[in-house]
Design a protein around this ligand. Structure first.
Ligand code: IFM
Length: 478
C-alpha cells in the first residue's frame, strides 16, 4: 500500500503549531480516582442506556495512568503542540467550592512534561463534560452556570497560565446544547442553554484575561459549510449558502415541490443554525435575525451581547465535513431544511456518516476570514474515523487517514496563500478513544489503542504525519 508523500503543497509558516487533540472524558479514565467528582458523562454512562454497547469512560484509554507514555508517543510523532482538556470534575469535584489538589497536580505534571518535550500545550476548559453536581442545579439551563464557569476558567488561568498560553473556553457549544441538557426536547430550555453557553464563553474570556491579558483565548466551534442540494442522486448539484444561482437554467426550475431558490434558502438556514448562531454573537455582537425572530426567544439580558462579543484572540475550528441541505415545507408554507447525508447522495463518507469533503475547509476558513474580521485561526480538530485493521505484523495501514489529512492540509495551505491567519492544526485524535454515545466503534487516532490491553501502536498515518511535520519544520529552519 502506498502512502501519500509527506508534503503539503504549501510551506506552512515557521511557527505553525503541528498538533493532535484529545478530550478528557474520551481518554483519561480514572473516573473516581484521587478525589475526582462524578461528571455528567460518568452519570450518563452509568445510569442511562444512551451510550452504545454500555461503554463507559471509567477506564477510557487510561491516559490518567499512561500519560508519560502518551507524551513520549507525542514526541515520537514530532508534535510541537497538544490540545487537551481539563476535566472540571477532576479539579473541582462539585463545580463550585473546594478544589481537588490531586486533580490539579495531574495537569501540572502533564503540562510540565509537555513543555520539557518542546510541546506547546493548548487547554480546553469544557469539552462536553461538567460536574454532575452542576447538572443537578440545572446545568446550562441555569444562568448561574455562566458565572460558575467563569470562576473555574479564571482559577485555571491563574493556576496554569504561567505555562499555558492558548486557552479554549468551550468545545462545540452546538453539541453541548444538542446532547447534554437534561430536557433536550424542550425548545425553551434549548434556547436558554445555547445563550448561556455563549455567555459562559464571554465571561470565560474576560476571566482568563483578568488573570493575564497576554493569554490567548478562543471558542472552539465545529463549522460545516452549508450547501444547497439541487436535484437528486449522486449527480445532484450543490450550491453554497447565499450563492447566486448561476448555472444554466437553474433559477426558477422546480425540483419536486421546490425551486432552486428554496434549496438555497434551506442551506442559508442550515448555515445560520450550525455556524452563524455561534459566530455572529461573538464576532458581530448580535444574533442572526432568524434567531431573534424564532418563536422561542433566548433569555437575553441587558449587557449579555457586549459580554458575548468580547473579542476572542483566536477562533478554534473543528472541521470534519459540510452539510448539504434540502428544503422542507412547514405547515404554514414557509421553508425549513433537512440534512441530506452523503449515503443518500452516494458521496464518499467516513464510518461516522460524514462526507469526505476537504474543499469545505478552505471555504469555511475564507468565509470566517472575510466575515469576521480576519481572526487568528487554529484548526483544533480534523480527522477521519474508519475501521482500522491490525495486520499480521501488528501494523495499521491506514492510507485513507493519511490521504484525508493530506487533502485537508492542502486546503489550509491554499487558505494561507489567500491570506487567512491560520496558526496551527491539530489532528483528531492523538489516540483512538471513546466516541461519546457511539461507544468504541469509531477509531479516529493517529495511534491505535487495543481496547483490551490498552497497548498503543503508531498507525501508518501517524508516521506519515510525523514525516510531514519533520519536513515542514526543517523547511522553516533552512
Ligand atoms: O470525538 C469528537 C470530539 O470530542 C469533538 N469533535 C468531534 C469528534 C468526532 O466526533
Amino acid at each position: 500500500m502506498t502512502h501519500p508523500k509527506p508534503t503539503a503543497t504549501t510551506a506552512f509558516p515557521p511557527h505553525f503549531l503541528w498538533g493532535a487533540a484529545t478530550a478528557p472524558y474520551q481518554i483519561e479514565g480514572a473516573w473516581n480516582e484521587d478525589g475526582k467528582g462524578e461528571s455528567n458523562w460518568d452519570w450518563r454512562a452509568h445510569h442511562t442506556s444512551q451510550v452504545k454497547g454500555g461503554a463507559t469512560g471509567d477506564v477510557a484509554v487510561d491516559h490518567y495512568h499512561r500519560w508519560t507514555e502518551d507524551v513520549s508517543l507525542m514526541q515520537q510523532l514530532g508534535l510541537n503542540a497538544y490540545r487537551f482538556g481539563i476535566a472540571w470534575s477532576r479539579v473541582q469535584p462539585h463545580g463550585t467550592g473546594a478544589w481537588n489538589p490531586k486533580g490539579l497536580a495531574f495537569y501540572d505534571r502533564l503540562i510540565d512534561a509537555l513543555l520539557l518535550a518542546g510541546i506547546t500545550p493548548l487547554i480546553t476548559l469544557c469539552h462536553y463534560d461538567i460536574p454532575q453536581a452542576l447538572v443537578e442545579r440545572g446545568g446550562w439551563i441555569n444562568r448561574d452556570m455562566t458565572q460558575w464557569f467563569a470562576d473555574y476558567a479564571g482559577a485555571m488561568a491563574r493556576r496554569y497560565g504561567d505555562r499555558v498560553r492558548w486557552w479554549a473556553t468551550l468545545n462545540e457549544p452546538i453539541c453541548i446544547a444538542d446532547g447534554f441538557v437534561p430536557a433536550p426536547d424542550d425548545p425553551k430550555d434549548m434556547a436558554a442553554v445555547q445563550h448561556h453557553l455563549l455567555l459562559a464563553h464571554g465571561r470565560g474570556v474576560q476571566a482568563i484575561h483578568a488573570a493575564d491579558p497576554a493569554l490567548k483565548v478562543g471558542l472552539v466551534t465545529c463549522l460545516w459549510p452549508a450547501h444547497a442540494l439541487l436535484g437528486a442522486g449522486p449527480t445532484a448539484i450543490t450550491a453554497k449558502a447565499g450563492e447566486r444561482l448561476q448555472f444554466a437554467g437553474a433559477s426558477g426550475e422546480r425540483s419536486g415541490n421546490f425551486t432552486p431558490e428554496d434549496a438555497v434558502e434551506a442551506a442559508r438556514q442550515a448555515d445560520v443554525a450550525i455556524n452563524r448562531a455561534f459566530l455572529d454573537p461573538i464576532y458581530l455582537g448580535r444574533y442572526p435575525t432568524d434567531i431573534l425572530n424564532a418563536p422561542v426567544q433566548r433569555p437575553i439580558q441587558e449587557g449579555d451581547l457586549a459580554t458575548i462579543g468580547t473579542r476572542p484572540d483566536f477562533m478554534g475550528i473543528n472541521y470534519y465535513s459540510r452539510v448539504v441541505a434540502a428544503p422542507l415545507r412547514k405547515p404554514d408554507g414557509a421553508i425549513s431544511w433537512r440534512w441530506v447525508g452523503p449515503a443518500e447522495r452516494g458521496a464518499p463518507h467516513t464510518t461516522m456518516g460524514w462526507e469526505i469533503y476537504p474543499e469545505g475547509l478552505r471555504e469555511i476558513i475564507l468565509s470566517v476570514h472575510r466575515d469576521y474580521g480576519a481572526p487568528e485561526i487554529l484548526i483544533t480538530e480534523n480527522g477521519i474515523a474508519q475501521e482500522d485493521q491490525v495486520d499480521i505484523h501488528g501494523r495499521i495501514q491506514d492510507t485513507y487517514r493519511s490521504e484525508y489529512l493530506k487533502s485537508h492540509l492542502e486546503q489550509i495551505g491554499l487558505a494561507l496563500a489567500d491570506g487567512a491567519q491560520v496558526r496551527g492544526y491539530c489532528a483528531w485524535s492523538l489516540l483512538d478513544n471513546l466516541e461519546w454515545d457511539m461507544g468504541w466503534g469509531q477509531r479516529f487516532g493517529l495511534i491505535y489503542v487495543d481496547y483490551k490491553t490498552l497497548n498503543r501502536t503508531i498507525k501508518d498515518s501517524g508516521r506519515w504525519y510525523r514525516d510531514l511535520i519533520a519536513s515542514q519544520l526543517k523547511a522553516s529552519h533552512d
